[in-house]
Ligand binder design. Structure first.
Ligand code: SF4
Length: 252
């Protein structure tokens, strides 16, 4: 028994006390910072290596809704592009995910665009149904981790549930493959109103590496209001958690 206690003690406490300020590894690839003096030639060079056209060929801005965080651009021009370990990169405004050269401004939600009923009804309890619409199981695993003993998102009454009929909203992962378009719509229709839609991960936000493919059907995204965009490839649990807390108006 003493042996077991010794092992437990050596593990220390893995519970994340403050989900807002928890430091992450320096290796984590979060919000990019692009030097304000990046030249046209340099923009051309990095645009050419980007596998998902996340870099605007004219301005040099990086769209985190498209970026797969491969860091190829940064490897090529480390003095001009760096990826910080800022994981608070979710927003309810799609354009806010586009980081311009010279900008060090943190990404946040536009408070004026948060629907009033969201905070009124869901601030102390939010149940979500996750729909993997052609996902590769990476974002799905990270979302599952939000409820584990480390992150314990359930402390705020935020949990994933098995049925859309018990949910207040859906969280979509994956680029929405054609064969998942209808099940996604059925799941959404089965969720009682008012309901929220969260897009988790690059694939869900833009289609990712599948953008423009005839194998995906993204009409659902075009036809519905999106309440939260959570970038990442895959999404980090803290990015998702902080995004949802911001959406609900939970301070800490
Ligand atoms: S890190 Fe993002 S912007 Fe840079 S090359 Fe990869 S996908 Fe493109």
């Amino acid at each position: 028994m003493f042996k077991e206690i010794k092992v437990l003690k050596s593990h220390g406490s893995q519970y994340v006390k403050n989900l807002r300020t928890q430091p992450v590894s320096a290796l984590f690839r979060g919000r990019p910072v692009i030097s304000g003096d990046i030249t046209k030639d340099e923009i051309k060079t990095i645009s050419a290596v980007c596998p998902v056209m996340a870099i605007d060929g004219k301005s040099g801005s990086i769209d985190m809704g498209r970026c797969v965080f491969c860091k190829e651009c940064s490897f090529l021009l480390p003095e001009k592009i760096r990826f910080t370990n800022d994981y608070r990169i979710s927003s309810n405004v799609r354009e806010a995910l586009i980081i311009k050269p010279g900008s060090e401004t943190p990404v946040r939600l536009d408070e004026n665009r948060v629907r009033k009923e969201i905070r009124k009804l869901f601030k102390s309890a939010l149940k979500l149904r996750q729909v993997s619409a052609g996902g590769d199981n990476s974002c799905e695993m990270e979302l599952a981790a939000t409820g584990n003993v480390n992150f314990d998102l359930g402390r705020y009454g935020i949990e994933f549930v098995a049925s859309p009929r018990h949910a207040d909203g859906i969280v979509i992962t994956g680029p929405i493959s054609k064969n998942m378009a209808e099940p996604l719509q059925i799941t959404y229709d089965a969720t009682p109103s008012p309901k929220i839609i969260i897009l988790a991960g690059t694939d869900a936000i833009s289609g990712g590496i599948f953008e423009g493919s005839p194998a995906i059907d993204r009409r659902f995204i075009e036809q519905n209001h999106i309440d939260l965009y959570v970038p990442g490839n895959p999404v980090h649990p803290l990015t998702f958690i902080n995004g949802v807390m911001d959406l609900l108006g939970i301070k800490s």
